[in-house]
Design a protein around this ligand. Structure first.
Ligand code: PLP
Length: 445
């Protein structure tokens, strides 16, 4: 409410501010432990992580990550960065120059590419078949894009003709899709999609966080313009680094928006013709400058994460991509055979299932969370639940990266056998482990 007051020959005008109680409720946080007490040394119970990721890291990765730090411009470290680029080119089966590793989790990598490629108002077609397709939509909207979502029912994937029809109708600048959507365990076939996108003037961005390393993703052969990933699934590392590869067309599209921050601009600096990227941290053009020969400063490189990312790719390349894919396929066949033999139903379109994760329909009358709790508390085994419409209806059992091993698969099925029997599920005891064992025996015969 406004007020006026005479003060000598002057009139003072003001307004009364009524302080109302803030309406925004902050999230609940229970009181923290006493900071002055010496907390116990870290010593968690050893878990076997057989969910949709993260999974147990390969001990080689943990060892690499305990290497002493180097300065990010130390020639030794710059050499490691270049080795990492070369290793990920092999991992992604690409000749792409711009194949590097971002400091950040997989969603940071998705967001960095999209925010750097797409100017506000440009069109993005999101092909969504689960919760992570919805994440692509969410990120595209935050980029200010005009977004259209092509939705497939959960538990299914797209026919490429459906995607092509939507591209023809919408004329997007970018098509974004997951290769594997961990929430539904479905794997979208991608061969041919890059060619379709290019024929209609669109670029193709693929989120391969959950699938790459477990199933082929020949980036050049499939003409994909941007692939982003994380370490915590088939790459057998911790989350926190995002491998990225960009086609030449995508790299040029992004670099056309290059705007170097003020304190770093060289004398001959000319900004790119495109609109400045809205985030400093998520500016892929500046990251390219940092990884380039120019080595322009950006954030302080997370050297420990780079050591880990380098070792993840080194393990893969050493084992050999076909061998790694075969190991994941065998684990998938064994898990499927095992759960089916236990009178459980595999979720969704099994022909298009990701090899590294299996959705299992929770039988009627069985409390899914109770089973997960018993596996964790009595067997130290973690399996996953699911999200949204599948929450409480589907378990997700992962066998990937370091854990795509016969012993890990059979240990999980054996523990599930005990817990399900205790919960009153009807099945032939021991049949699950036997079926998985038979799969591995026939593979090695
Ligand atoms: C398919 C997919 N995309 C993106 C993400 C997000 O990854 P992050 O949690 O590393 O940011 C996940 C994580 O599980 C995923 O499964």
């Amino acid at each position: 409410m406004a007020w006026r007051r005479r003060c000598g020959h002057r009139t003072i005008v003001g307004c009364r501010i009524t302080l109302t109680k803030p309406t925004t409720m902050l999230p609940k946080l229970t009181p923290l432990p006493d900071p002055t007490s010496a907390h116990a040394e870290l010593n968690p119970a050893p878990r076997l992580l057989m969910g949709p990721g993260p999974i147990n890291a390969d001990p080689r990765v943990l060892k690499a990550m305990s290497t002493q730090l180097l300065g990010q411009f130390d020639p030794q470290f710059r050499r490691m960065m270049r080795e990492t680029m070369a290793l990920y080119r092999a991992f992604f089966e690409t000749q792409n120059d711009w194949t590097l590793v971002l400091d950040g989790t997989a969603r940071a990598a998705i967001e960095m590419v999209m925010l750097s490629a797409i100017e506000p108002g440009q069109k993005v077609l999101v092909c969504s078949f689960g919760r992570f397709g919805q994440l692509l939509n969410e990120i595209a909207l935050r980029c200010g894009a005009e977004v259209r979502v092509l939705q497939a029912p959960w538990g299914t994937v797209f026919d490429l003709a459906q995607i092509e029809a939507a591209i023809k109708d919408f004329s997007p600048r970018l098509v974004a899709v997951c290769q594997g959507d961990t929430s539904t365990t479905m794997l979208q076939p991608l061969a041919g999609l890059g060619e379709i996108c290019h024929r209609h003037g669109a670029l193709l961005q693929v989120d391969a966080t959950a699938s790459c390393g477990g199933t082929p993703l020949p980036v050049d052969a499939w003409q994909i313009d941007a692939v982003t990933a994380g370490l915590q699934k088939c790459l057998a590392g911790p989350s926190g680094a995002g491998p990225i590869t960009l086609s030449d067309a995508m790299a040029r599209c992004i670099y056309a928006r290059r705007h170097i921050e003020e304190g770093l601009q060289p004398a001959d600096y000319k900004p790119g013709a495109g609109k400045r990227i809205a985030s400093n941290y998520m500016d892929m053009a500046m990251i390219m400058d940092y990884w380039s020969d120019a080595g322009l400063n950006h954030h302080t490189e997370a050297t420990t994460m780079l050591y880990g990312a380098r070792e993840c790719a080194r393990i893969f390349v050493q084992e050999g991509l076909p061998q790694v894919y075969a190991r994941h396929a065998a684990a998938s066949t064994a898990v499927v055979a095992g759960v089916q033999a236990m009178n459980l139903q595999v979720y969704g379109d099994v022909a298009n299932k990701m090899p590294n994760v299996t959705g299992v329909v929770i039988p009627d009358g069985i409390n899914g969370e109770k089973v997960r709790g018993a596996l964790l508390n009595h067997f130290n085994i973690e399996i996953g639940t699911s999200f949204g419409p599948l929450a409480g209806k589907v378990w997700r059992i992962g066998a990937m990266g370091y854990n795509a091993r016969p012993d890990a698969v059979m240990q999980t099925l054996g523990a599930l056998d005990v817990v399900l029997a205790a919960e009153g599920h009807h099945f032939a005891r021991g049949a699950g482990v036997d079926a998985a064992y038979a799969v591995y025996q026939s593979a090695s015969a």
